[in-house]
Ligand binder design. Structure first.
Ligand SMILES: Cc1cc2nc3c(=O)[nH]c(=O)nc-3n(C[C@H](O)[C@H](O)[C@H](O)COP(=O)(O)OP(=O)(O)OC[C@H]3O[C@@H](n4cnc5c(N)ncnc54)[C@H](O)[C@@H]3O)c2cc1C
Length: 502
């Protein structure tokens, strides 16, 4: 008799609650990964994500082999693969982590659940982070998450009693129809790379984190860069939380304390945003506040979309970010928020088309964070303050010396520093714009003003507020009362921040 451990986005053996559970049954385990071609045909899937996955699977296989097991890789539809294995190996149960994925994996999991029920096979899904399935209400969620994070990390088993089964090599990206997508400096995948990333961040890279996280140049090193590892589970978020806590307890000075605190907050935001998608899977496809549906044309202006994707909008800082993203698969939070905001406000593109492009470009694509953030930066949630980033100001603030912009836009080398973010104001613009670099495709100020007016018109419309209040009730973060400030005023202020900023 056998149990199947179905690896999904939990590609490790350390701190692995589903592995721990399956071992407790004291039966041989079949360790399985299914490459699902249909998943890789979705509009949010990309070559760079698959490359990272392949590296992570290689590492997982080695970890399993060290413990006397192996990874069985199969390609195909999950139900068909599972059915075949259950038949062949007389499996008693299926165990996996609880996945909060995209709409496609959600539908697939429903099919798997129906199939398992039909066969009378128990499917045990085990949480691996602070996201709570079938959450009744947001109040108290934070303490549940904190309790999970305080529980000791689970050690990797010394040995795994395993069942072997025929395994196939992973399909190539081309087999899955994934074309090379311009990635030139990919982040390495796999558990070992994830551990190195965490350790180097906590030992030395993270010291300037709080100050430097929004700088496009410094942030690439000062941010943890853990996101793709957390997305594929080569590291557990609890391992990151606890390793950070140990560093906090060392009481280090020189900026460390603020940086580690900010980092812990972001690890908590991760679960908070993923919880939104868990609670409302349709936020990947529908405006959280329905009044925004149809505000922007559903068919996006193709020329604008393509210019934005290619880094050819004529707004230098936006273009530098988009080109850098294409080459590296990563941007810091501020730059992600700005490029999304420009797409949704200045270029007036529907968030679904621009959001899919960004999803493909992010090696760390995490649907729960992504779609919540995409909607937040597009002003369609009904619960967040409208924030329209000014790309010229962002360039001046975050790339003061212009080194990042110049690195990605060599065609601007002749532009003097003071005009770098607004080359249209430079005397020599006639020789440059419309020739080697585009004129801005919109008037930055006028486009922002028009967008703000249109969004506020929706906000002021009849019936907007009661729906917005229900959304806040369902999704806004609420700390437990004991952790709020005692003064009514500061408590109200903080709770407003928690509700509206996140
Ligand atoms: C439009 C948009 C789309 C985004 N899409 C994704 C995505 O697909 N995948 C993804 O992991 N992050 C996404 N983010 C959040 C954030 O930008 C990235 O997590 C971060 O830049 C990753 O780099 P890092 O690991 O070095 O982050 P760090 O700053 O070192 O943070 C550590 C971890 O905390 C979490 N985190 C950080 N910032 C946030 C945040 N604002 N909200 C929720 N969790 C956060 C991530 O898991 C991150 O790996 C998005 C943000 C925006 C504005």
């Amino acid at each position: 008799m056998t149990s199947i451990l179905w690896f999904k986005r939990d590609l490790r053996v350390d701190d692995h609650p589903a592995l721990d559970r399956v071992i407790s049954f004291d039966e041989p385990i079949l360790c399985l990964y299914i490459v699902e071609p249909d998943l890789w045909r979705q509009p949010d899937a990309s070559f760079r994500q698959y490359r990272f996955l392949e590296e992570s699977l290689r590492d997982l296989r080695l970890s399993l082999q060290k413990r006397g097991a192996d990874l069985v890789v199969r390609t195909g539809d999950a139900v068909a693969v599972l059915d075949d294995l259950v038949e062949q190996h007389r499996c008693l149960r299926l165990v996996s982590h609880e996945e909060t994925g995209n709409a496609w994996t959600y539908a697939r999991d429903k099919r798997v659940a129906a199939w398992a029920r039909g066969r009378g096979l128990p499917w045990i899904e085990v949480p691996q982070c602070g996201v709570v399935r079938r959450l009744a209400a947001r109040s108290g969620w934070q303490s549940t998450r904190d309790r999970f994070m305080k529980e000791p990390c689970l050690s990797a088993p010394m040995r795994i009693e395993a069942v072997t089964a025929q395994s196939a090599p992973c399909p190539t990206p081309a087999d899955l129809g994934l074309d090379a997508d311009g990635i030139r400096k990919p982040q390495p995948g796999g558990r070992r790379a994830g551990r190195d990333c965490l350790m180097s961040f906590l030992e030395y890279r993270g010291q300037p984190y709080r100050r430097a996280m929004s700088s496009p140049l410094e942030g690439a090193r000062a941010c943890s860069r853990l996101s793709p590892h957390l997305a594929l589970g080569t590291l557990s978020v609890r391992e990151a939380v606890q390793a950070t806590r140990r560093q906090q307890e060392r009481g280090r000075h020189g900026g460390w304390s603020g940086s580690l605190k900010s980092f812990q907050a972001r690890l908590a935001w991760r679960d908070h945003f993923m919880q939104k998608l868990e609670d409302q899977p349709d936020i990947e496809h529908r405006c959280l506040h329905p009044a925004y549906e149809g505000l922007r044309p559903t068919e996006p202006d193709q020329a604008r979309l393509e210019a934005w994707q290619a880094g050819e909008t004529g707004m230098p800082f936006v273009d530098a970010c988009m080109r850098s993203l294409r080459a590296t698969g990563w941007l810091n939070f501020r730059m992600r928020a700005m490029v999304m905001s420009v797409a949704s406000y200045h270029l007036w593109l529907d968030w679904r088309s621009s959001g899919h492009h960004l999803a493909r470009m992010f090696t760390d694509y995490e649907p729960g964070i992504h779609w919540s953030q995409v909607q937040m930066q597009s002003g369609t949630t009904g619960m967040n303050t409208i924030r329209i980033y000014n790309p010229v100001k962002q360039g001046l603030d975050q790339d003061r010396a212009g080194a990042f912009t110049r690195q990605w836009l060599p065609e601007l080398s002749a532009v003097p520093d003071q005009f770098l973010q607004e080359p249209w104001k430079w005397d020599g613009a006639g020789q440059l714009l419309g020739r080697r670099y585009p004129e801005p495709i919109v008037d930055v100020k006028a486009a922002a003003r028009a967008a703000r007016d249109a969004v506020w018109a929706v906000r002021r419309s009849d019936g907007f507020r009661p729906v917005a209040q229900r959304i806040v009730q369902k999704h806004a973060s609420r700390k437990s009362p004991s952790r709020r400030g005692r003064s009514g005023k500061s408590a109200a202020k903080r709770s407003a921040q928690m509700s509206f900023d996140f």
